[in-house]
Write a protein that binds this ligand. Structure first.
Ligand code: CP
Ligand code: NVA
Length: 332
């Protein structure tokens, strides 16, 4: 395996299956050390910048806690508190940050922004979510599948909903590299783009996995080990698309009926945040407007699998720690 030191973490596509498994193994060791109270602060003296052009709970907290556990200092930059995009180009910002920081996390809009940042900063740059990809989430998801089933390889992993955005794309990449059988289940206009599907099919062939695209929910959930969904409208999309999404994606809502048609020990997963009740502003507004108790997943399913969901959220921190540590040259 080539060294991970100095590498960017932008899409997961340029990592081999062994390298991806290495991140997950390293995350497992960090998780154990954290639970045992064993110090793992080998990156003392380093500094990282965390750029968030979109909001976040899990990703931001994971980067901050992981960095501090590793001994690093962090600087958080958002739209209101920096010049990025408004008074300074991403190229110039990157050139400046690269002189001060050892690594940079970026969450925002188009993938080209994080790619440009990486190119000009010349320090390891980590994608904390763009419209196209959410690669750190995939490591946490695969770690959670492994913890739950003992191994991720060969599992049938079904993604329901808008499969052409960051989560659908990145899960398809991760599953195809690690030998899972990935199914995207949605109306065909929500399938991932053909070029990416083609690449993933080639990786799946090598890893023993497969890629299936279907509109048929019964076919999708049959023999499923994991049923996964994400919000129907992602950050940065206009509010006007809600009505159409609700109409088109409601048949793909994850319900107990769908879970009951999967394997008996199947689990439900979600990157979170989720609209499973009216306890959020958007959930309440959309729920009342379209007369729904929930959106992409019922509250019953969410509650039944809440331990898995919060394990998955916790694993964001351990896997992000592994990504930063490995790319900055610290292994345990
Ligand atoms: N799953 C995830 O990325 O969550 P946040 O948007 O809270 O970071
Ligand atoms: N698809 C979602 C993922 C959130 C973690 C979004 O981009 O808003």
């Amino acid at each position: 395996m080539s060294s991970l030191k100095g590498r960017n973490f932008l899409t997961l596509m340029d990592f081999t299956p062994d390298e991806i498994r290495h991140f997950i193994d390293l995350a497992g060791r960090f998780k154990k050390m954290k639970k045992d109270g064993a110090a793992h602060d080998g990156l003392r003296g380093k500094n990282i910048a965390l750029i968030f052009e979109k909001t976040s709970t899990r990703t931001r907290c994971s980067f901050e806690v992981a960095a501090h556990d590793l001994g690093m200092q962090t600087t958080y930059l958002d739209n209101s508190g920096s010049q990025l995009g408004k008074k300074e180009s991403i190229e110039d910002t990157a050139s400046v940050l690269g002189r001060m920081y050892d690594g940079i996390e970026y969450r925002g809009f188009g993938q080209e922004r994080v790619e440009t940042l990486a190119k000009y900063a010349k320090v390891p740059t980590w994608n904390g979510l763009t419209d196209e990809y959410h690669p750190t989430q995939i490591l946490a998801d695969m770690m959670t599948v492994r913890e739950h089933f003992g191994d991720e390889k060969g599992k049938k992993f079904v993604y329901m909903g808008d499969a052409r955005f960051n989560m659908g794309n990145s899960l398809m990449i991760g599953c195809s590299k690690l030998g899972l059988h990935f199914t995207a289940c949605a109306p065909s206009k929500y399938f991932p783009n053909e070029e990416l599907v083609k690449k993933c099919r080639a990786w799946a062939e090598e890893s023993g996995g497969s890629i299936t695209l279907t509109e048929d929910t019964d076919e999708a959930v049959k023999n499923a080990d994991v049923i996964y969904t994400d919000v129907w409208v992602s950050m940065g999309e206009p509010a006007e698309v809600w009505e159409e999404r609700i109409k088109e994606l409601t048949p793909y809502k994850v319900t107990m009926d769908k879970m009951n048609k999967a394997n008996p020990n199947a689990i439900f997963m979600h990157c979170l945040p989720a609209f499973h009740d009216h306890k959020t502003t958007v959930g309440k507004e959309m729920g009342e407007k379209f007369r729904f108790e929930d959106l992409e997943v019922t509250d019953e399913v969410f509650q039944k699998y809440s331990t898995v969901l919060f394990d998955e959220a916790e694993n964001r921190m351990h896997t992000i720690k592994a990504v930063m540590a490995a790319t900055l040259g610290y292994e345990v």
